[in-house]
Design a protein around this ligand. Structure first.
Ligand SMILES: *[C@@H]1O[C@H](CO)[C@@H](O)[C@H](O)[C@H]1NC(C)=O
Ligand SMILES: *[C@@H]1O[C@H](CO)[C@@H](O)[C@H](O)[C@H]1NC(C)=O
Ligand SMILES: *[C@@H]1O[C@H](CO)[C@@H](O)[C@H](O)[C@H]1NC(C)=O
Length: 776
């Protein structure tokens, strides 16, 4: 989404449009009914207002009453009112990536709603690998969103989460995603969406949206921006990587919306591609909801990509491809003429409207009085509650990753140390902690404030900001480090380095931060603890190898309570258990890696290294899934099958072959409930309780096109000190042990699959069931 700037000349019209559409949201009072006002005798009895009727019948009735002119004005985010039918205007664009946000024009803070709980940025929360936490956050965010809707200051349709793969470590929006692994991203998407939407049959608490479909993960690199980028993606990578989170979001999360992206995929703008929208998202995955464009992306493919020769064709192509709603005015302006010119049937417009109106019906927007809605009692008292703010703190604690702890030097003892020097450009930040697509936080605890609750601090910035252009403040920083008993350096990035519209130039710390760290560490009287605050990974090999820096912590952007969580971990009130959701590459990795090359797999002939832990085999600073704690966990496999037989669907007797052996098409297997149950004992050998993340990877039988390993399951488990817990992990064979061949067909390779959990391994032989012996 375009939150802070738009390409000209679009930007001027668009900003004007935003200002106009936002103007009515400053009044803070109980919301008037959106439609079907019980006081309006002329509309309240119409069939579309009757909650007793089926949603689809109500929608059909309403569409039957609308003229073409009225219909097209409902195709934009700033949907027009239909006063004759008692329907008010509606702003579709609100955002709630990690808390209710005011990025979209649908939501405004002020008055009774000065702020909302600002959870950690998604990359941090993902690092918790705790699916129930993700769902809990969604529930809290939707409570606050409903409360703000009831107060007249927010919408009910939230264009979050961002479930693109963090494919390239430079991507400015990588921070918004749950990382680089498709299964992790998909699980996050499904869990967060369930939390937001309420998981209550057909009824929606709020409507979420998984974006940006698809292969969208470049903002502005080396002269190529997202508005002009044609992502060339193989069928294999589409099915194997890019589709996975969206498919899980739709099928497991039952999301009410999907957003198509600005870029083209293989020469076709995603928002004009019927194969992507109508066939895949709606047809194959069965989206029950609406497909929305990214902001002005239909205009972008007409004006900037020159994909069609007239605006009417652009509008017709989008709607025929399966687009239902435009973020922007383009469809509202050009669709009527497209119908008049015969480029589009009014029936196609009806189909689009049926998809958006159906979501509004499920949200209860046609049920009259908002206060009578099951969530109608939520109000200002339900926003920024102590419990919600405690969950923001807990999320940060669960997401922070301990990367190094020699000695161990952490946790810091307040008996041993009396003063700490707190140094660095991010040492006393507030806004930086909430990353992008945030709102107005309830309040902040900066790192300095958090640390100050435990111990006496002496503060020095070291650099004025993260760009750290000069060494003017180095002397003072070195000075306090040499006096205090210990030193905590809080460094990293912020939105001036990585953001929407801004991909990073490299992977090392910006400006002279590295020099600051080394000088401070050399002068420090006690241990120097390095705290990295960033969305993307940083090449900190220098610090990893520096014996004067015994400990390193990565916090992502830890949200409004980030400083409290950092301090709780540094001083041992909380035992860290987060794991990196993305690979930390060395700077050298970028040498032969155009951001525009989408291929996931490496190429020996060109020296292209491949992307993510699944395909890149070179050196790393820290691997995907890395993270230590203050205790030590040992895994043993208590039970797991040695052989699994795959029953084939009788109609398809034979499989296909890979380079190394047979691989059966998933569609030819009887997949239902075909899973591998693995029981793992996790023993906490240390003296502190902790929550441990079990990551289960599988290495499929070798073949030219298979990943060398992939995440097939994960589970978070609390294990008290010196205790043992048994965890049952079920691995769905067709979903997770399959691989995708070069034609984009998902297959289960026969033969030995090796499962890795920590340093424990177990091999399962997957075989074709003998005909007639259907057993798993
Ligand atoms: C730290 O930040 C807080 C909140 O912005 C501010 O009130 C305080 O003065 C800052 N402290 C120092 C030492 O700069
Ligand atoms: C085997 O796979 C190849 C490529 O994926 C495909 O062209 C061929 O039709 C397949 N054969 C069978 C028997 O499925
Ligand atoms: C996962 O998060 C939830 C919500 O904060 C928490 O109650 C639970 O203890 C966490 N799970 C583990 C194993 O830490």
């Amino acid at each position: 989404m375009a939150s802070t700037a738009m390409p000209s000349p679009l930007c001027v019209t668009f900003l004007l449009f935003l200002l106009l559409s936002g103007a009515s949201f400053y009044t803070i009072e109980a919301r008037e009914p959106f439609a079907c006002d019980p006081k309006d005798a002329k509309t309240k009895g119409l069939p579309f207002c009757l909650a007793s009727l089926k949603a689809e019948d109500r929608v059909k009735d309403l569409i039957g009453r609308l003229t073409l002119q009225e219909k097209v004005k409902l195709l934009g985010n700033n949907a027009a009112a239909v006063p004759r039918l008692g329907i008010n205007g509606y702003e579709w664009w609100s955002e709630a990536l990690h808390g209710v946000s005011n990025v979209g024009p649908g939501t405004k803070f002020g008055g009774d709603f000065p702020g909302a709980t600002s959870f950690p940025q998604v990359i941090t929360t993902a690092a918790s690998f705790n699916a129930s936490l993700w769902e809990s956050i969604g529930r809290v965010v939707s409570d606050e969103a409903r409360a703000m809707y009831n107060g007249g200051v927010a919408g009910l349709t939230y264009w979050s989460p961002n479930v693109n793969i963090f494919r390239d470590p430079r991507w400015g929006r990588g921070q918004e995603t749950p990382g680089e692994d498709p299964v992790l991203v998909g699980k996050y998407a499904a869990s967060y969406v369930r939390g937001l939407q309420g998981n209550d049959g057909n009824r929606l608490k709020v409507a979420a949206c998984c974006k940006h479909f698809t292969a969208y993960d470049l903002d502005n690199w080396n002269g190529v921006d997202r508005y002009h980028f044609n992502a060339k993606v193989s069928k294999q990578d589409i099915v194997d990587t890019f589709d996975v989170p969206f498919k899980m979001c739709v099928k497991e999360g039952k999301v009410a919306s999907v957003m198509c992206s600005y870029n083209q995929v293989n020469g076709v703008p995603t928002c004009a591609d019927p194969n992507l929208l109508k066939k895949t998202v709606r047809g194959v995955w069965g989206l029950d909801g609406y497909i929305v464009s990214d902001c002005d992306s239909v205009g972008v493919y007409y004006d900037q990509q020159h994909y069609t020769s007239s605006p009417e064709e652009a509008a017709a192509d989008a709607i025929k491809a399966g687009l239902d709603l435009d973020c922007g005015p383009f469809l509202a302006v050009h669709t009527e003429d497209a119908v008049k010119k015969g480029l589009l049937n009014e029936k196609d417009v009806n189909t689009a409207l049926a998809n958006t109106l159906n979501v509004q019906v499920r949200l209860g927007m046609f049920d009259g009085e908002p206060s009578k809605h099951p969530f109608g009692n939520l109000g200002p008292k339900d926003v920024c509650t102590p419990a919600h703010q405690e969950l923001a703190l807990e999320s940060a604690r669960q997401g922070i990753v301990l990367l190094k702890n020699r000695g161990p030097s952490l946790p810091l003892s307040t008996r041993r140390y009396r003063t700490v020097a707190v140094i660095g450009p991010n040492s006393n930040v507030t806004n930086t902690m909430i990353g992008n697509y945030a709102g107005v936080a309830c309040g902040y605890t900066s790192p300095l404030q958090g640390i100050g609750r435990y111990i006496k601090t002496i503060h020095q910035q070291g650099c004025t900001d993260v760009t750290c252009a000069d060494d003017k403040l180095f002397g003072a920083a070195v000075n306090v480090a040499s006096q205090a008993d210990a030193t905590i350096l809080v460094v990293g990035l912020d939105q001036t380095i990585e953001a929407e519209f801004k991909d990073r130039a490299g992977l090392v710390l910006p400006g002279r931060q590295q020099e600051l760290i080394s000088k401070v560490a050399a002068a420090s009287k006690g241990p120097t603890i390095l705290v990295l605050m960033s969305g993307g990974p940083i090449d900190v090999a220098f610090a990893k190898n520096d014996p004067r820096i015994p400990a390193i912590l990565w916090t992502g952007y830890p949200g409004q309570a980030g400083g409290a969580a950092i301090a709780d971990i540094l001083f041992g009130a909380y035992n860290p258990g987060g794991k990196l959701p993305m690979t930390w590459y060395p700077q050298d990795y970028l040498k032969n890696l155009p951001m525009t090359t989408m291929a996931m797999r490496s190429s020996q002939s060109t020296g292209y290294p491949g992307r993510t832990y699944r395909f890149y085999k070179g050196p790393v600073v820290y691997p995907f899934g890395y993270g230590i704690s203050y205790t030590k966990y040992v895994h043993t496999i208590a039970s797991a099958p040695a052989v699994i037989s795959i029953p084939l669907d009788g109609r398809h007797a034979r499989g296909n072959t890979t380079t190394s052996g047979k691989a059966i098409r998933v569609t030819h297997a009887k997949c239902n409930r075909l899973s591998i149950g693995v029981q793992v004992d996790v023993r906490n050998k240390g003296s502190r309780d902790g929550s441990h993340t079990l990551l289960v990877f599988s290495t499929p039988p070798a073949g030219h096109w298979v990943p060398h390993k992939q995440l097939v399951a994960f589970e978070k488990v609390h294990v008290p000190a010196r205790a043992q817990r048994r965890v049952l992990i079920n691995i769905h064979v067709c979903k997770y042990l399959s691989v995708v061949d070069k034609s984009g067909i998902r297959r289960i390779p026969m033969g030995l699959h090796s499962l890795h959990i920590g340093d424990t391994k177990h091999s399962v032989s997957i075989q074709e069931a003998k005909l007639g012996v259907i057993k798993s």
